[in-house]
Design a protein around this ligand. Structure first.
Ligand SMILES: Cc1cc2nc3c(=O)[nH]c(=O)nc-3n(C[C@H](O)[C@H](O)[C@H](O)COP(=O)(O)OP(=O)(O)OC[C@H]3O[C@@H](n4cnc5c(N)ncnc54)[C@H](O)[C@@H]3O)c2cc1C
Length: 497
């Protein structure tokens, strides 16, 4: 492996870099650190806008990052929307995002993102990316979610397939470690190859696209209130890029904002029929056996994540045999994106509940008292909760949290089931403070020349919480911010060549 890696670096250096005798030193016009959603778009855009040589560093054996899981991308005033008589203007989108964030978001950045979003869908199509659907992320939501044909993975592969002819090189298993600076300007990146040897890559532009810090427990605890969130998606999001930028003198913004997700459990797939029970808007209780929210918050899942954290980070979804039957024969009231549609029948629920019982994350009993004991909750508290809850189904009024009575499924017919769930998250959404062109701003409030942050390494898109107002906004921000950085960086290069 070692010699193969060295040979590859040597060949690479010969073809691509003006370097000394061995490939531990390379040269390129641009280094993009991170080959996921934002990094791929940034590398493509900067090469398209005239950069002569671009190196993409990817820490993992394969590129794609979290971006490969994404289903669809935000846009306002796109052709797809216009063709379907869907009116979502750029002005309306901008105002809604800013109002939702209480104007804590970076208004110039939000405006630039929204204004570019429709053109980015056109641009993706021009590069060969295909879309199959336009929808919203929850009932009654805005129709801004342009669904990729083949998910984000295909979108990213389509873009990356053009890299060889654009002089964009990807180096996998080569993490960026440090930003090199000279006279206050970016001078390149120090990376590490598969043999853990230092590789110096000299470049006038560095674009940081490492996907945030969700997998770094220490940083999650330091910067957010959501240290217990179970990370969903890829594993490499440990804050490398943000820490590299801090070292280079960057100011931070919005580090507390987390993309909280639906309740889940470690090791349970997004499509798990067992966890699907905990993602329905029926009865949820905390570890004390008490309700803690209007369970229809699940429709806007970041809010469900927020409520679950507020409740101490552990919940049980309680269903009775009638609800079990309903889920098996009528299907889900709440799906999971476009992957698991509403009304999907949980045909394997019986076996899944048994599996959960064996795994210790589901409980079954003929009595509420027995169920409470297994959950470790106070039986009296759980009985009282269920008595009140069942009464709301008769009066059609949830006096606690005003839940739509349509979703008050009584808990009356044994055996009873409890499915345990904990908070999960898709990503962190804060990072370096940036301009509307994704230039990183230093602690002295001045732009750090040549340094850009994109996607989940850039802050300022959100106020204090992620939301589903504009479905597709995070891969949207990743791809659009990548393009914004790439286009600006190409202009910057002209001034420093
Ligand atoms: C299951 C799931 C579904 C989603 N669906 C949607 C959706 O439908 N719509 C939507 O808007 N958003 C969605 N998202 C969120 C969206 O995918 C992310 O917000 C987006 O991908 C972030 O892009 P990024 O470039 O910042 O990070 P990533 O795409 O994660 O890319 C970061 C890359 O950097 C690499 N890296 C890390 N450290 C280093 C280093 N030191 N050196 C080199 N490389 C490094 C990582 O390995 C990774 O490849 C979803 C997320 C998940 C988990």
């Amino acid at each position: 492996m070692k010699s193969v890696s060295k040979l590859m670096l040597f060949l690479f250096a010969t073809v691509f870099a003006v370097s000394p005798a061995f490939a531990q030193t390379m040269h390129a016009e641009v280094v993009v650190v991170g080959g996921g959603g934002s990094g791929t778009a940034a590398a493509y855009a900067v090469a398209q806008a005239g950069a002569k040589s671009v190196i993409v560093l990817e820490k993992q054996p394969a590129t794609g990052g979290t971006g490969k899981y994404s289903e669809g991308i935000f846009a306002a005033e796109s052709k797809m929307q216009q063709e379907r008589n869907i009116i979502l203007t750029k002005d309306e989108s901008f105002k809604k995002i800013m109002d939702y964030s209480h104007w804590r978001a970076n208004a110039k950045l939000v405006r630039a993102f929204v204004d570019k979003s429709a053109e980015t869908v056109d641009w993706l199509e021009e590069q060969g990316v295909r879309f199959k659907e336009l929808t919203s992320n929850y009932p009654g939501g805005l129709q801004s979610w342009h669904i990729f044909d083949g998910r984000g993975a295909t979108m990213l592969k389509t873009l990356q397939s053009k890299f060889p002819e654009m002089n964009v090189k990807i180096l996998t298993e080569t993490p960026g470690k440090k930003i090199m600076m000279k006279n206050g300007k970016v001078a390149g990146v120090i990376a590490e190859n598969i043999d853990e040897e230092e590789v110096k890559i000299y470049a006038k532009v560095v674009i940081i696209a490492t996907g945030g810090f969700l997998n770094n427990k220490e940083m999650m605890e330091k910067y957010t209130r959501f240290g217990d969130a179970i990370p969903v998606g890829n594993v490499g999001k440990v804050g490398d890029g943000i820490n590299m930028m801090i070292e280079a003198g960057a100011e931070l913004e919005g580090m507390e904002v987390v993309q909280n997700y639906r309740p889940g459990m470690p090791g349970e797939a997004t499509t798990s029929q067992l966890i699907a029970v905990a993602r329905q808007p029926y009865l949820w209780v905390d570890k004390n056996g008490e309700r803690f929210c209007d369970e229809t918050v699940i429709f806007q899942w970041p809010f469900a994540g927020n409520a679950l954290h507020r409740a101490g980070g552990l919940m049980y979804a309680i269903i009775d045999s009638n609800t079990k039957k309903y889920l098996m024969t009528e299907g889900l009231d709440v799906g999971v994106g476009v992957m698991v549609p509403v009304k999907t029948k949980l045909l394997k629920l019986e076996q899944e509940l048994e599996r959960g019982v064996k795994k210790g994350i589901a409980f079954k009993s003929d009595s509420i008292k027995g169920l409470a004991k297994q959950m470790g909750a106070d039986p009296k508290a759980l009985e009282a909760t269920i008595k009140s809850y069942n009464s709301y189904s008769k009066t059609k009024h949830d006096i606690e949290f005003a839940k739509d009575p349509k979703y008050i499924q009584p808990v009356a017919e044994g055996p009873f089931y409890a499915v345990m769930a904990k908070p999960t998250a898709l990503g962190t959404l804060g990072g370096a403070k940036v301009t509307k062109d994704m230039q990183v701003i230093g602690k002295n409030s001045k732009v750090i020349d040549g340094l850009y942050a994109v996607g989940n390494d850039a802050g300022g898109m959100y106020g204090d919480s992620y939301d589903l107002l504009m479905a597709g906004s995070t891969i949207g921000f990743a791809v659009n911010s990548g393009r914004m950085a790439g286009e600006h960086a190409a202009q910057y290069l002209q001034s420093v060549r």
